[in-house]
Write a protein that binds this ligand. Sequence first.
Ligand SMILES: *Cc1c(COP(=O)(O)O)cnc(C)c1O
Length: 358
Amino acid sequence: MTVYNFAAGPATLPDPVIKQIQAELPSINGSGMSIMEISHRSKMFDDIINAAEQDVRDLMDVPDNYHILFFQGGGTGQFAAVPMNLATKHKKIALLDSGHWATRAGDEAANLGYQVDVLASTKNQHYQALPQLNQRISANDYDYLHITTNNTIEGTAYHQLPEHGDVTLVGDLSSNFMAEQYNVNDFGLIFGGVQKNLGPAGVTLVIVRDDLVQPVDHIPSILNYNLFVKKNSMYNTPPVFNIYATGLVLKWLKDQGGIAGIEKVNRQKASLLYDFLDDSKLFANHIKASDRSLTNIPFTTGDADLDTQAITAATEAGLMNLKGHRSVGGLRASLYNAMPLAGVQALVDFLHNFEKQH
Ligand SMILES: *Cc1c(COP(=O)(O)O)cnc(C)c1O
């Protein structure tokens, strides 16, 4: 039975990448040593991390005045790192509350003593649409505006970025990193863990414009952008294996025609499922059409017991991890870069049959 994994993260990885890791695991580049055993100070790893950085630069067309950094600590680590490194002037952050992860980011910054102004929220619409900025904001008031480009749990995405005046835009791209195209120039900083679209859990990518990187006192070294720039992301031991594996996914992405190529497939995958859901008399997705995510698609029958039956039957059919997040319920299909079109077709066929039987 072919198994398709619709998990929200850690998530499915490309088959060829898993096979290459398997083949190379005992001995990397004929060295007789595993990638898990080599020094991060070795020439071999230097080549690996530099290639990964260059591939990020190529894939996202990252301008020369942006740094590409590899951290640990996940998106959650960056919820602390971003305010500590960037909110140095006003200690004030503007935030669009688009759901769970935006709230987490705001709470973390507030906990650390920064003022967080939620300028718009769609909480009272159950986050089924995106908040938009209806006021002018200025860099005289805020160090930056935090947005979550793709809301993993709720299933919304900013395909067009909100108008943000001269305020630095910070994007949490955790769940649509390189799944659809954004212009890096529109952001002062982008971050995200790689475990959804780009690799195994353990690496956090940060892309930051160089004028935003400055020496900051009294913050942990491990979250210090200035130090990581100076040390080429190797201030301390980086996650060697994870950076290697992420590098393989980046090469795979290039083989798919880069972000433009994968976005085309991602749009096909999402349309296939949304079209089915919009025609279905049993299942429905309730997200405002223009705000629908390409990568995370929640849906429900409206009946919790029937949803559970569908999840159980899907699991038996090899369609794994379709249970929705506990805060939303229902089902959720995560269709990240490595999910093939055939997997979405198998899901739609299954849902179609389930609908006929119920
Ligand atoms: C998964 C996720 C996070 C949290 O990432 P961790 O790496 O688990 O800390 C943050 N933001 C978004 C949008 C996410 O999808």
